[in-house]
Design a protein around this ligand. Structure first.
Ligand code: NDP
Length: 293
């Protein structure tokens, strides 16, 4: 069958079977470009899937998730503020989703909802091999939790967690430490926090800087990072955050949040379709979304 993406859908609509349905649920979701990169990936792999973006308020979460099953959806992405609450309505969790305590990707197989978390995996793909790494992570929210868990599962030597609310760090360390060999430590974020040399990877996993080009954590960079040291930011809008600009100035190689966003989406596509999409096609769709606005 040699049809373009729209042709494939016309054919499916008239001849069946109907296309597979997917969506992103969250609130707010206006401004979230996931749909564009997912449909670009479906098109590239000629997969007859449709992906839409749905605003789901907190008090409608249960109905929305049960509705996925009723409407024969094949999967969904879950974004803020539902990543933790959605677990109540899921039939089965992957190992990492259980450890992270949050779900951002649902696959519906034989009427069963399987919850996974691809955020941390997407982050690791954007960095590469982290075995033996000494890591400093700012943040202890959902994104940080996913990243810390996958860093530990991928063999990081140590992870030091720094967050405004240190109770959240304590929770992560107490829940994760019996499952991994990585040394986990934490402290509260203090003003003018000094980022010492010696880490292989520094991760900015707070929401500071999101939609705020001048916003940045109140940190001081000790100069002279070794040449391979990486500073990564989860924030993807703006792409070149103030945090990354300052890290670059201090001698770090920088990794922006788009890589994590694209790769977590690619993991979801692979789960749903069993086909590995071209991440460059997805990245291009995102870049276009941010350029056109
Ligand atoms: P959460 O609300 O779960 O966590 C927010 C985190 O940011 C907490 O650690 C919070 O600290 C910290 N924080 C917020 N404001 C401040 C501040 N003024 N000073 C210091 N720390 C602050 O959000 P998520 O973890 O879900 O998301 C965090 C970021 O990650 C967002 O920008 C989101 O867009 C991005 N993200 C990117 C992805 C990607 O693919 N690139 C995927 C998922 C998320 P405290 O606990 O003390 O309040």
């Amino acid at each position: 069958m040699n049809r373009d993406y729209e042709g494939l859908h016309r054919y499916r609509l008239m001849q069946g079977p109907l296309p597979s349905l997917f969506c992103c649920i969250g609130d707010p979701v206006v401004g979230n470009p996931t749909q564009l990169m997912m449909e670009a990936a479906f098109s590239q792999i000629s997969f007859p899937g449709r992906y839409i973006t749905c605003t789901v308020e907190k008090n409608n979460l249960q109905k929305a998730v049960f509705g996925l099953r009723a409407l024969s959806f094949s999967g969904a992405n879950v974004t803020a503020p539902h990543k933790t609450a959605v677990i109540t309505y899921i039939d089965e969790l992957t190992h990492s989703a259980r450890l992270i305590g949050a779900v951002n990707c649902i696959t519906i197989e034989e009427d069963r909802l399987i919850g996974d978390n691809t955020d941390g995996k997407g982050f690791i793909s954007s960095i590469g091999d982290v075995r033996g790494y000494r890591v400093l992570v700012f943040g202890a929210g959902g994104a940080a939790r996913a990243i810390i868990t996958e860093l530990a599962l991928h063999g990081a030597q140590s992870i030091h967690i720094v967050n405004r609310d240190s109770k959240k760090c304590e929770e992560i360390v107490s829940q994760l430490s019996s499952h991994v060999e990585t040394k986990l430590t934490y402290e509260a974020l203090s003003p003018q926090f000094l980022i010492k040399r010696g880490y292989h990877l520094i991760v900015q996993a707070t929401s500071v800087g999101l939609f705020d080009p001048t916003g940045a954590l109140d940190v001081i960079w000790e100069k002279g990072a070794h040449t391979e040291a990486i500073a990564a930011d989860v924030v993807f809008n703006p792409v070149h955050t103030t945090f990354l600009q300052r890290a670059q100035h201090a001698g770090y190689r920088t990794v922006d949040g788009l890589g994590m966003l694209v790769n977590q989406g690619a993991y979801a596509i692979k789960r749903w379709t069993k086909i590995t999409p071209d991440v460059q096609v997805m990245q291009d769709a995102l870049t276009q979304a941010f350029t056109i606005g």
